[in-house]
Write a protein that binds this ligand. Structure first.
Ligand SMILES: [Mg+2]
Length: 407
């Protein structure tokens, strides 16, 4: 009996008993499982419907099985209306009618058939939401937390770093005041995002150094401080600016140049004495491989909501374990995404660096719909052992937001 067959069998047994706890806690040998094997049908685990829900700054996804169980997650909402359309019109057709325990096969069929739409960006941003919701459903029917479906928990809690931005704190003094407040909340690592973007190369008003100086002075030497250029510089400017930033003891400097310009990345890595991080715009394991082969990165920061969910994330996790490159998990969505990410990070060998937390202010309303969000203490999130993602979604509230924000 392989792993997939075992999980299916265990799920059938759990469903058949109607017990609120897993049957294998009572009877763990195959003989006992076989007694229940015929009592629930494989058909129970087939996806009958995938739905999308618009929140103010989030796109929630539900995956409903024939047995009525629903898995929940969120898709990357950079363009949530386009993601919704892609899911509703195209991607759901690959998943509806399939067994959730065949998710890897279905995911492959989907991403390879729709390769011309991506392979990254909107395709994987949307696919991620479906994949993560499928895993939540798988966890619920097996009565297992998602991290167990990913191979098992390697850590009980994860340090999270607070990520904040020049958009909200536009002066060095405002950023410094927020940094002090975040440290008082318990964060031990902070990242400040300059948010230049590809459309704003080498901006004339570049005050990155002023921010770095103010932030370091505010938090002192004992707090880990990272900065994110958000792709804002040419190779030449990034090297010059990087040299100016060296004195502020940054833990890492993120995306100082375009993520696809591997020769520029290589030159920056070789000439700037700050750990350089790329990877949030690497959407597949092949793109991570190209980044590390032709560019370089001190650690990689793929985002589960950008790389196809748990199925894509597992492949990246396995690859970087082979290469012995660390993961500093990118996570720009604070609610359901944070929970998905936590399961992935807890089960991923090289994920020993802090996980991003984009602060609740980035997803107004999204937390109203959740109960059971992981406990935050001393700068760490503690994962629960509840089934699936371990959070409950208030569907009535989600539907009310959807009505309000669907235009
Ligand atoms: Mg970034």
């Amino acid at each position: 009996m392989n792993r997939s067959e075992f999980i299916k069998t265990i799920s059938s047994a759990t469903l058949a008993t109607g017990l609120p706890f897993p049957i294998w806690s009572l009877k763990s040998n195959e003989c006992s499982i076989a007694m229940f094997e015929d009592m629930a049908k494989d058909d129970d685990f087939v996806i009958r419907d995938i739905d999308t829900f618009m929140l103010r700054k989030a796109l929630f996804i539900s995956v409903e099985l024939n047995n009525g169980i629903k898995g929940w997650a969120e898709a990357m909402p950079n363009d949530k209306r386009s993601s919704r359309t892609l899911i509703e019109k195209t991607l759901k057709n690959y998943f509806e009618g399939t067994n959730i325990f065949d998710v890897e096969k279905t995911w492959d069929h989907c991403i390879k058939s729709e390769y011309d739409l991506g392979p990254g960006g909107l395709l994987t941003y949307s696919l991620s939401g479906i994949d993560c919701a499928v895993y939540d459903a798988m966890g619920k029917v097996t009565q297992k937390p998602v991290y167990e479906l990913l191979g098992g928990k390697l850590r009980d809690s994860v340090e999270i770093y607070a990520s904040f931005t020049r958009d909200v704190y536009p002066t060095p003094d405002q950023a410094a005041a927020k940094a002090i407040a975040l440290v008082e909340e318990g964060y031990k690592t902070l990242k400040f995002r300059m948010r230049w973007g590809l459309e704003n190369q080498d901006p004339p008003n570049d005050n990155t150094v002023d921010f770095a100086r103010a932030l370091r002075k505010a938090v002192g030497p004992g707090v880990q401080l990272a900065m994110d250029a958000n792709m804002g510089h040419t190779q030449q400017r990034a090297i010059a600016l990087g040299k100016e930033l060296e004195e502020f003891n940054l833990t890492w400097w993120e995306e100082p140049t375009a993520p696809y310009d591997y020769s520029a990345i290589k030159a920056i890595v070789e000439n700037v004495n700050i750990p350089i991080v790329f990877g949030e715009h690497a959407y597949t394991v092949d793109q991570i491989k190209h980044l590390l082969t032709y560019g370089g990165s001190w650690a990689v920061n793929p985002d589960l909501l950008k790389c196809g969910g748990f199925t894509g994330g597992k492949r990246i996790g396995d690859y970087i374990a082979e290469k012995r490159v660390k993961l500093v998990a990118h996570n720009s969505r604070p609610s359901l995404s944070t929970v998905c990410m936590l399961h992935w990070v807890c089960a991923t060998k090289m994920a020993t660096l802090p996980q991003e937390f984009a602060l609740r202010e980035k997803a107004p309303g999204a937390f109203d719909c959740l109960t059971g969000f992981p406990e935050f203490k001393n700068g760490r999130l503690y994962i629960s052992d509840r089934p699936g993602l371990g959070v409950e979604v208030d569907e009535d509230q989600v539907r009310a937001y959807d009505k309000k924000y669907t235009k």
